[in-house]
Design a binder for this molecule. Structure first.
Ligand code: FAD
Length: 395
């Protein structure tokens, strides 16, 4: 029997183990995870776990029943594809098939390493360190108005903290959404009682305060940095496995890497999308759930279809359920459905009259229907699409 080794015990790593067994892989199966905790889900970390409404976000996977040798608190430090061996502190681990699922790590604010009271929000340990900040209702400064910053600000307001969010760009989610789609979201911060300061760059963090580059001192009982994440692939340096400009593993349409018998899946890898005509690096939960099925099918020789998903994610912020499916570019046409000042609206992006992406705020039906229309590349009529009282469907 062959031996498969998965590096990374997050969603993508755990799902790879599940999918391999589901698809009939009977060989030895080892999963290495750097964190000491039972594999868990990240989305609840910025939501229920932070507020103490959920103790654990452990994944509902019975590794023992799956015959998985789960080795926690074990980090891979390198891989030698020519020898089909992984390096760890406990010595080499041989593999016939290797799956890289090491995810991403939160980007630190330069100069804040080791400064007390400065937090990231990526791991269960991070969330547990942040719980008392909320419970003690400390004044918090959030650096970055991205998805994580917005969700943390939401939880901190719910806990009764004074919250200031400092954002270098002119609006929230500047890296993720075009100006017109993100503009209405700026008001959500104020509605929740949080202060959003745009065009605000952090010069330094001092004990008890964040100092902006215009000299403003913002008092901070705690600082939470949410400025993005980068693929956790430093350990692959020197392995010869091809990496992209963001440090991500460059996978092909079957999620194979440039090294024989080595796959990469989840937040750590990009893949070529035929649907969108470009390489996608997706940092969302659904991608960590779906990608492993393609990997497993290829490993067992089941000749899967190329991996070409319609990316999907959701965010819960300021009492709103925000969902996005697809992928859009600056050249795509936008069609609004509903009033962006209201509680529920959505935006559709069209390329040659076919739907390529949908952003839905409080309109989960638009998202569900839109996702199908994106998948089927159905031609749409922009005029009927703009009527929010009609279901999102073919003209
Ligand atoms: P990860 O979850 O990062 O898991 C990788 C694992 O590999 C980690 O446990 C890491 O310790 C381990 N590892 C790294 N290097 C090594 C090594 N060398 N050796 C061994 N192990 C290693 N997405 C959504 O769609 N909706 C949401 O609402 C949402 N909320 C989120 C909230 C938070 C706070 C965070 C952090 C993320 C959220 N996401 C959300 C994103 C989603 O959680 C990620 O896309 C998903 O976790 C990716 O899974 P992964 O397994 O690829 O990577």
């Amino acid at each position: 029997a062959r031996r498969a080794v998965v590096v990374g015990a997050g969603m993508a790593g755990a799902q790879t183990a599940v999918a391999l067994r589901e698809q009939g892989f009977t060989g030895e199966l080892t999963v290495l995870g750097a964190e000491p905790h039972q594999p868990y889900d990240r989305p609840p970390l910025s939501k229920a776990v932070l507020l103490g409404k959920a103790e654990s976000a452990a994944l509902d996977v019975d590794f023992a029943a799956l015959g998985v040798d789960l080795r926690l608190g074990r980090e891979a430090s390198g891989v030698r594809p020519a020898d089909h061996e992984l390096d760890t502190a406990d010595g080499p681990v041989p593999y016939d098939v290797l799956v890289v699922a090491t995810g991403a790590e939160a980007i630190r604010l330069p100069g804040t390493e080791g400064v007390p009271g400065v937090h990231l929000l990526r791991t269960l340990d991070d969330a547990e360190r942040l719980r008392p900040v909320l419970a003690e209702q400390r004044d918090v400064v959030v650096v970055g108005a991205g998805w994580i910053g917005a969700e943390f600000a939401t939880a901190a307001r719910e806990a009764g903290c004074a919250v200031t969010v400092v954002e270098a760009a002119d609006r929230p989610l500047a890296g993720a959404l075009p100006a017109e789609a993100a503009a209405p979201m700026a008001a959500w911060y104020a509605d929740s009682g949080a202060e959003l300061r745009t065009h605000a760059r952090v010069a330094r963090v001092e004990p008890g305060a964040v100092v902006l580059d215009d000299g403003t001192r913002v008092p901070a009982g705690a600082v939470v940095v949410g400025i993005g994440a980068r693929p956790a692939t430093g350990w692959l340096a020197g392995s010869g496995i091809g990496l992209g400009v963001h440090g991500e593993v460059l996978a092909d349409e079957f999620l194979r890497t440039s090294a024989p018998d080595v796959y990469a899946v989840g937040d750590c890898a990009s893949f070529p999308s035929r649907r969108y005509g470009e390489r996608l690096l997706v940092h969302h939960w659904d991608n960590a759930l779906q990608g492993p099925r393609t990997v497993a099918a290829d490993v067992v020789g089941a000749a899967p279809a190329p991996y070409d998903p319609v990316p999907y994610f959701w965010s819960e912020q300021f009492g709103r359920f925000v969902q996005y499916a697809g992928h859009h570019g600056a050249a795509d046409a936008t069609v609004w459905r509903g009033d962006p000042a209201g509680p529920a609206w959505s935006v559709c992006w069209l390329r040659e009259n076919r739907l390529v992406a949908v952003l839905a705020v409080g309109r989960p039906r638009d998202l569900a229907q839109g996702r199908k229309l994106i998948e089927s590349a159905t031609p749409m009529n922009p005029a009927t699409l703009a009527d929010p009282s009609r279901p999102l469907k073919k003209a």
